[in-house]
Design a protein around this ligand. Structure first.
Ligand SMILES: NC(=O)c1ccc[n+]([C@@H]2O[C@H](COP(=O)([O-])OP(=O)(O)OC[C@H]3O[C@@H](n4cnc5c(N)ncnc54)[C@H](O)[C@@H]3O)[C@@H](O)[C@H]2O)c1
Length: 398
């Protein structure tokens, strides 16, 4: 029988795997560059997020955080943070209405609202613009971690509803290359294999979306011995997939050959109801994207005659026409909802860039005009250099 590991011990282990955040605490902590800042933070409530929150606090910030996804909140870690007097909103399995209310709760943790926002999926930014506009005046700036959130932030800025600068953390090396291209693909493919209990080698693996995450998944599934098919809507990315040696075809065709389908598009209905009518009997369906709408779950549920949980996070859905499919993690982000999530050292880089972005916004970056801006390139070099050093690499030309 597996014993649940104490949140305190998991937090200590994650902390030990996150050397860049440790270096920021050691170096910047005494100067308190975030002293007096009220940071509203939205994130998957994991051990790695807890390390980031405690780092922001070590740099002087007062932090209130909320869950970016009801399926990924780690209740033990929430309790651990609360025991350390951090204000946290969210719990695993809350319904959509409760989850949506968390944005307002985090933004209103202080009467005057936050001075900085660390966002994911523009959850807090959208709420600030729509429902809590009177608080926006005291916000000096924000960071955003996901590509979809950065697009939403650009839309808000274009419509004049964002009166402060937003740093697009996703565009920085540590998020874009380390998390999206390396960490997330590895953890998504590993989770799909383990949660489904199926061999990936020798199978047909369909990846929807050939952004950095999809490209990384395609490469890793091929490395395990799968035949990989890519579906894409953008010609440039479709061409790149072909140049990298993958078959590219419409989902309507690919799905009839798939043993595995993995969506990583950021778009709703990448695996649409019509595709489900052609899905191969026994196929495994998983979503690695940030939001659960990439697989049309309403369309899928309308076709289900019987559902049986055959393993943790692995549901066998018997369809009305006699076929069956396996849905992993109920269509939620598979590596976070049913797996262990990204390795801590990957989140170390992505979170360190976010912390440096917040320090920048509290200091010299506070004069940036409203709109979405890249993270200063020097932070990429700093984080990449420290991660490489922590891995024992030396890269300078002698
Ligand atoms: N699970 C994780 O740990 C993790 C980590 C990082 C990012 N993500 C998420 O993974 C998703 C992809 O990230 P990315 O950085 O590769 O994003 P991206 O926006 O760069 O790439 C997505 C690609 O999907 C394509 N696409 C859009 N709609 C499509 C459709 N209907 N069919 C096929 N292709 C379609 C787009 O043209 C684009 O090339 C996002 O939702 C992101 O938030 C997850």
């Amino acid at each position: 029988v597996q014993r649940p590991i104490e949140a305190r011990d998991r937090l200590a282990w994650a902390t030990a795997q996150m050397p860049v955040l440790a270096s920021l605490r050691e170096e910047l902590g005494p100067g308190g560059p975030l002293r007096g800042q009220r940071v509203a933070l939205c994130a998957h409530l994991t051990a790695e997020t807890a390390v980031q929150v405690l780092t922001l606090r070590a740099l002087g910030a007062d932090v209130a955080c909320c869950a970016s996804n009801p399926a990924t909140a780690d209740d033990g870690m929430v309790a651990e943070l609360r025991a350390r007097q951090v204000v946290v909103f969210g719990r695993r399995g809350m319904d959509a209405a409760e989850w949506r209310s968390l944005a307002g709760a985090a933004l209103r943790a202080w009467p005057e609202g936050p001075s900085l926002v660390a966002d994911e999926g523009a959850f807090l930014l959208a709420a600030l613009a729509a429902d809590h506009a009177e608080l926006a005046g005291s916000t000096r700036g924000a960071t955003e971690k996901t590509p979809a959130g950065a697009r939403r932030a650009r839309d808000l800025a274009a419509s004049g509803r964002l009166g402060f600068p937003v740093l697009d953390v996703d565009s920085g090396f540590a998020k874009h290359e380390l998390d999206n291209s390396a960490g997330a693909p590895e953890s998504i493919v590993e989770s799909i294999g383990r949660v489904s209990g199926r061999l990936i080698a020798g199978k047909t693996f369909v990846v929807a979306g050939y952004g950095p995450v999809g490209a990384g998944i395609a490469q890793r599934a091929r490395g395990l011995g799968a035949e990989v098919i890519v579906t894409e809507v953008r010609p440039t990315r479709a061409l790149l997939a072909v140049l990298n040696g993958f078959d590219v075809m419409p989902m309507a065709v690919a799905v009839s050959r798939a043993d595995f389908v993995c969506t990583v598009t950021g778009a709703a209905g990448a695996l649409a109801a019509g595709h489900l009518d052609r899905v191969r009997d026994g196929a495994v369906l998983a979503n690695g994207g940030h939001d659960p709408w990439e697989i049309d779950l309403d369309g899928l549920n309308a076709r289900v005659a019987r559902r049986v949980e055959v393993g943790p996070g692995n549901e066998r859905l018997e369809l009305n026409d006699g076929r069956a499919v396996h849905l992993l993690a109920g269509g939620e982000t598979v590596n976070l909802a049913a797996g262990r999530g990204n390795p801590s050292e990957v989140m170390d880089g992505a979170f360190a860039i976010q912390v440096l972005g917040l320090v920048h916004l509290a200091g010299e970056g506070s004069s940036l005009p409203p709109g979405v801006h890249p993270v200063p390139a020097r932070y990429d070099d700093l984080v990449a250099g420290r991660l490489a050093a922590a891995m024992g690499l030396s890269w300078a030309v002698p």
